[in-house]
Design a protein around this ligand. Sequence first.
Ligand code: ASP
Length: 326
Amino acid sequence: MKKMRLLLVVLFAVMFAETVKADRMNSKYAIVIHGGAGSAISNEAFVAAREEVLEQALDAGVRILSKGGTSLDAVEQVIRILEDSPLFNAGRGGVLTAQGINELDATIMDGRTRACGAVGGVTTVKNPISLARRVMTETRHVLLVSEGADQFAAQLDDPAIEIVAPEYFRTEKQVERLKRVKEREKLTTKEKMGTVGCVALDRNGNLAAGTSTGGLVNKKHGRLGDSPIIGAGTYANNTTCGISCTGVGEDFIRHAIAYDIHARMHYGKQKLESAVQHVLKSEKYPIVGGMIGIDLQGSITMQFNTDGMARAAADSTGLRVIKAGK
Ligand code: ASP
């Protein structure tokens, strides 16, 4: 009799777990990507080429999320694709420092646990976003920079962490661009930037956010922008939202922009859309750039106060947007 009762309890527990799993699998997912805020691009071929890469990245993210994969996996995979493309300012094709080298920054954050990892000034790691994730999972630290980050990467025996020569990142286009900017001396803040970011909500209701960048063209050796700074360029918290920013990083750091959006929602009970709108429009926040975000209900926002921002989004209701021009 006792055995029978135990068997029934186990049976009910298994059935309950299966129902919960099925419910979760039916729940929604959402994903949003940016490819940098800046001037609107008028070259149609360039816009089309960027949209093709955004589409590949978006599809990779959707494949992971629709099958019940994690938001962290989606964010990492999407950003890897954008880092591999020379059309964005992240990984290969990233902008150059004043000395003409690539110093790359990236961050990833888990909204469920607030675990996060970031790298800054990396020169030999093909996909900085994956290294940022390894900092999160394989160390007790949050941010590793320069030689320390490159050394950590070299010690990892991990196929996702490929080591390349620094020249791998360097493209003719960025060499030319550095020359141009140096001639003009001052970069106009609205010039096309091209940092990449991704926020995702998975079917288990977990948010994740990530950002990867070469930074600002003609930056000083050693300069870190907002992208690798938790709460400035990237933030994720399951109680509110996930956020990835693009723009002039120093301003996003000064005003802790990504955390500010979370705080507006958490303490001020604002909605994601209006919190982002307020921050991008208010004179109290002298920032130039854009933001993408998803709240815990799966609402997506993509906003900018520059002339353009490459962006893409999709969700389980069938939403699908890909835009690289204005
Ligand atoms: N926010 C980046 C930085 O300042 C640049 C960008 O978004 O394009 O490093």
